[in-house]
Each structure stands twice: as C-alpha cells, then as structure tokens.
Design a protein around this ligand. Sequence first.
Ligand SMILES: Nc1ncnc2c1ncn2[C@@H]1O[C@H](COP(=O)(O)OP(=O)(O)OP(=O)(O)O)[C@@H](O)[C@H]1O
Ligand SMILES: [Zn+2]
Length: 453
Amino acid sequence: MANIRLYNSKTRAEEDFVPLDPANVRMYVCGPTVYDRAHIGNARPVVVFDTLFRLLRHVYGERHVTYVRNFTDVDDKINAKASETGRPIRDITDETIRWYHEDMDALGALRPSQEPRATEFIGAMIGMIQGLIDGGHAYAAEGHVLFDVRSYADYGKLSGRSIDDMIAGARVEVAPYKRDPMDFVLWKPSTDDLPGWDSPWGRGRPGWHIECSAMSHELLGESFDIHGGGIDLQFPHHENEIAQSCCAHPQGGFAKVWMHNEMLQVEGKKMSKSLGNFFTVRDLLDQGYPGEVIRFVYLGTHYTKPMDWTHDKAMQAEATLRKWRGLTAGAGAGVAAPEVVAALSDDLNTAGAIAELHGLASRGDAAGLLASAQMLGLLLPEMGAWAELSFDLAPWVNHLTCLRAEAMESKSFALVDAMKAALTAAGVEVRMSKAGVELLPGPGFDADKLPVL
Ligand SMILES: Nc1ncnc2c1ncn2[C@@H]1O[C@H](COP(=O)(O)OP(=O)(O)OP(=O)(O)O)[C@@H](O)[C@H]1O
Ligand SMILES: [Zn+2]
C-alpha cells in the first residue's frame, strides 16, 4: 500500500498518513456559502481535495473513503441577496447549488460522498450548543449564545496565536453581551423577516462556525482523518470549529490532519468577492477554456503555494492535453504508474505527478499514461469533447502563406493583417515565423466564424 505523507497544518510537519479506520477513511472540507457563482479561487480547494479524494480511493478502495463537503445555505450574505432581489432564499440557494454542481462537474471533480445543507442540521447545532452551555464553554446573553474562548486552553493553537495577540491584532466585534472580545457567536436572534428556528434561546439562526462542527460530527463522528479548506479559513473559522468540537466532545479528537490550500491570487492579492477582483469558473468555460484545461492549470502548482491564473498557462495545458489525448486514443486498460502514485502520495505533489506523466508520454506508454492521468482527474472520457475538434486548418494556412508571399513583394501587409485578425476572432492562434505559418485552434475556437476563402 502506498505510503501517503501529508503536511499537517496543526503540527506544522509532514506526517505519515495513518487512517483511524482504513475501512472508512473520513474527510471533511468546508464548502461554499451559496449566494453567487463560484470564482476560480473558490474552485481551487475543490480541485485540490478532489485530487486527494481520488488518491485515497485509489489506495484504500472506492467504498472505503467518505468525503463530506457542506453547503452553507444560511448566512447574512444570502439574506442580503434575497432582500436586494426580492427572491425567496430557497430559490437563491437551490439555483446556486445547481450552478456549483455544473461548474465543478466541468472541472472533473467527483461529487463528495455527502453534501449536507446547513439548514438540514439545525437540530444538531442546537443540541451541540446546549451541550457547550452545559459544559461551561458557552453562555446565553440577549438572545445570543457565545462561545467562551477563555474556557478552552488550546484556543489559538492551530493558527499559532494567543488570545491576547488576537485581540491586539484583529478587528474584533465588541458587543456589550460578550464577556471577552474574542468570544464568538454560536447562535443569534432573528427578526421576523429573517430565517429563524425555535431554540431554547428564542427564535434565531446559527453562527457559521457551529455548522461545520455539527455536520462533521453527525456525518463523520467525534474523530475523523482529514479536515480541509482554504488557508483564509484557518483563523478564525477552523480555530473556532476546533474549540467547539473539542469542548463538545472532549473524548473525541476531532480532525487529525488539517490541510489548507493557499490562495489563488490576482496581482499578489487573494481573489475574493469582497475585493471585486474575481472571475467565475463559468466565465472561463464560456470563454471556451475546457474544464479539463482549467483543472490542469490548478494541478501545475502545489496546493501550499499561491498561484495565479494566466492565459499562457492555459495554452500550455491545452497543448499538452491535446497531445496526450492523441497519444492515448484507443489505448487499452492500464494501471496507474507507481511513480505517479508516489508523487501524489508525497503531500499531493501534483506538479511532480504531471512531470511523471510527461515521462510516460515520452516513453510511449499510452496505457500507463491514460490510467495515471485519470487518477488526477485528467483525460476522462466525459471531458474530452473539446479535443475531438481537430479541425483541418490547412486551407487557411495555405491562404495566409500566399498572402504573405504577395505582401513581401508589394510591401503592403494590409491583407495579411486583415486575415490574421479574422482568424484570431474565430479563436485561432496565429504564429508566423521564417519557418512558415502555423495556425492552432485556441480556447473559444469556432469553425463557423472562420473567414470565407
Ligand atoms: N482566492 C482563493 N483561493 C483559493 N481558495 C479560496 C479563495 N477564496 C476563497 N477560497 C476558498 O473557497 C472555499 C469556499 O469559500 P466561500 O464560499 O466561503 O467563499 P468566500 O471565502 O466567501 O469567498 P470570498 O472570499 O471571495 O468572499 C473556502 O474553502 C475558501 O477557503
Ligand atoms: Zn468549516
């Protein structure tokens, strides 16, 4: 059995991965708040943890891995969207979940084993909050319930800060009903126009952090193997999840390994809705970037490193995938190459795994390449429609070659430039050098838009 090693953010060390129960390896990943299309930053953890899910299934067997990723469908951002648009909340969350599925399916991400919606687990949240109050870790005040951070000695351990540092460094919400400024909300009151559920503390709704603690407990138990999410969630969200879960179930260990993906950036800044520097997965798909190409771009950077999206990376990914699809067409059944499994097992070294795929391609091992690439969610049959479009551009190459020869004589390049512009508009990449004219169908290529010759 492959020896998987993972970097554990909690211990700040790479460790051998030893599942609590190899017959049921359990992973929880924080999912989206559903009020808008996912941007390509939001899709990074989806691809990262999907790749880990695929590796775990390969090593432990498909039926022996449980992957839970939630939908946060109760949140003030959703409420704001509903009041802006006048639409019912359920319409907004249902539609956003449908979009999320479409977009993540297009990236070759398997659906997790379970995708709980927070609103279906309100009872479990209320139970957990009551348990925290009974255990002396939370208190009710003015319709709110707050977690008492001073009651948990390890608070701050995951992110490596003390409570006093946090208070000094953070913009904490000071409220009269809080005993300590770092105490965070488990339950808050709802006015009549907001979603709410009856509880021992009045009609209200849960805080965000308790959702993940309650859902992971319900579906995975008091202890499970891996908890994942973006590094932006490490503090306060994951710190608060740990505090809640470890205080509510002191005998369980909650998550053993914590994994955090670094951010997808735009000019050095996190892509985020609040900064407005984002574009969605759907935008890229609509521009003609195949989902498989987008996935390949993510896999080119280790998940612990920041990355950005560039058109150049996509063009390279597309050329590689096109070549590999040609090479593996009609290839027989193979097994994933041990060197690819080894690279992935080394803290999900996806860039290393891709280097190994290039090796298999250059050695002409089509069956090995196909099986290995599929382990990374690449070269899947259902994602290949884009590559079948191997349109013969020879007539346009010949035409442009002639135009260029004439232009050399006449010193007038207007016709060449017009032809190049028309080809570019049809999604063709035009490369002209001394060696000749090369035309490549790029993202967004549309044969119907080619200029008439
Ligand atoms: N730029 C990014 N790069 C990588 N992962 C990200 C990025 N932005 C958000 N994530 C991750 O996306 C997942 C879904 O998060 P969520 O739906 O709460 O988005 P969000 O944090 O509200 O996005 P935003 O920060 O744009 O408002 C989380 O795991 C989060 O860490
Ligand atoms: Zn969470």
